[in-house]
Design a binder for this molecule. Structure first.
Ligand code: CIZ
Ligand code: SF4
Length: 302
């Protein structure tokens, strides 16, 4: 059954001239059939560069939107249209517009985990891989609002020792990881470094041996001479970590760090999406044009 589905997926992929992109938080079987696995921005940049007509983006809605913004003219599909990101939904365009009206001179830095409409109201975007570098380019006397992740914002503030206003958003999956779990994991796996994503709570980030984005964690674990690691981010990442490092051991900080939205996608829904050519993720042209500006400014920084 599963093999027949995968076969059907491959033939539809050819028929549609589609490319399959999967975020490293996706279920393992989806990552295994994808053409590329990576973080949201890296995948969106790949999407813009391929000559595929159709992008099947296995991730959550804001990621597919970013691909649509960077690839006008291509059809962007998502396997499950309900796969949204609760953190991205914690700031609405109306709220941000109202804040901007009250703070006309402030700079709004927006994490890519946000809707295209929110990006369109922002000055510059950032990812968890470049947030510190992005904020470092803003003059110190500027009032900065960091949207929507208070935890990533707190990490940037601490790293740079600068004041910033933080939107009160967070990732419910990363928020579930607690310092007590790190104490316990260190007892169970003495000497194993604790790798923490900056979407985690500040009290957990403060305990980390290494803080990085998904791509940063994957690269560090690969390059490190250590053989055993404790991983504090969404558990989908264990799949690429184990696949790329069969001689190393990876312990999740907790198995409850399992994003239910990411897991709405399935191979079956991927087949349906390519068969029916829906759900299509679109961004209206005027919004896409405005959302592209803060993304471009971020890309110029590197
Ligand atoms: O931007 C991404 O892909 C996310 C959600 C996390 C990360 O650290 O890469
Ligand atoms: Fe959103 Fe968190 Fe799920 Fe990522 S892991 S999609 S930030 S809820």
């Amino acid at each position: 059954m599963a093999d027949a589905l995968v076969e059907r997926l491959h033939s539809l992929k050819k028929e549609r001239n589609a490319v399959i992109l999967a975020h490293s938080y996706q279920p393992a079987d989806i990552q295994d059939v994808a053409d590329y696995v990576g973080d949201s921005l890296g995948l969106s940049r790949l999407a813009a560069d391929t000559d595929a007509d159709v992008i099947l983006f296995c991730g959550v809605h804001f990621m597919a939107e970013t691909a649509a913004v960077l690839s006008p003219g291509k059809t962007v599909l998502i396997p499950d249209g309900n796969a949204g990101c609760p953190m991205a939904n914690m700031v609405t365009p109306r709220q941000l517009r109202e804040w901007r009206e009250k703070n006309p001179d402030a700079v709004v830095v927006t994490y890519v985990n946000s809707s295209a409409r929110v990006k369109a109201l922002s000055d510059i975007c950032c990812t968890s891989a470049n947030a510190v570098e992005v904020v470092a380019t803003i003059p110190k006397d500027k009032h900065v609002l960091f949207v929507p992740d208070r935890n990533l914002g707190h990490y940037v503030k601490t790293k740079l020792g600068r004041e910033m206003e933080l939107w009160n958003g967070f990732c419910p999956t990363h928020e579930r990881m607690l310092p007590g779990m790190a104490v316990e994991a260190r007892k169970q796996h003495p000497g194993a470094p604790l790798m923490v994503h900056p979407e985690c709570r500040p009290d957990l980030v403060a305990m980390a041996d290494f803080v990085a984005s998904t791509t940063g964690i994957i690269k560090h674990c690969h390059d490190s001479a250590e053989r055993e690691f404790i991983i504090a981010t969404e558990i989908g990442i264990l799949h690429p970590l184990r696949k790329q490092n069969p001689d190393k051991v990876f312990h999740p900080l907790t198995v409850v760090a399992d994003c239910p939205n990411m897991k709405l996608n399935s191979i079956e829904k991927m087949v349906w999406a390519l068969e029916d050519m829906e759900p299509v993720v679109t961004v209206p042209a005027d919004i896409a044009e405005k959302a592209l500006q803060p993304i471009r400014r971020m890309l110029e920084i590197g």
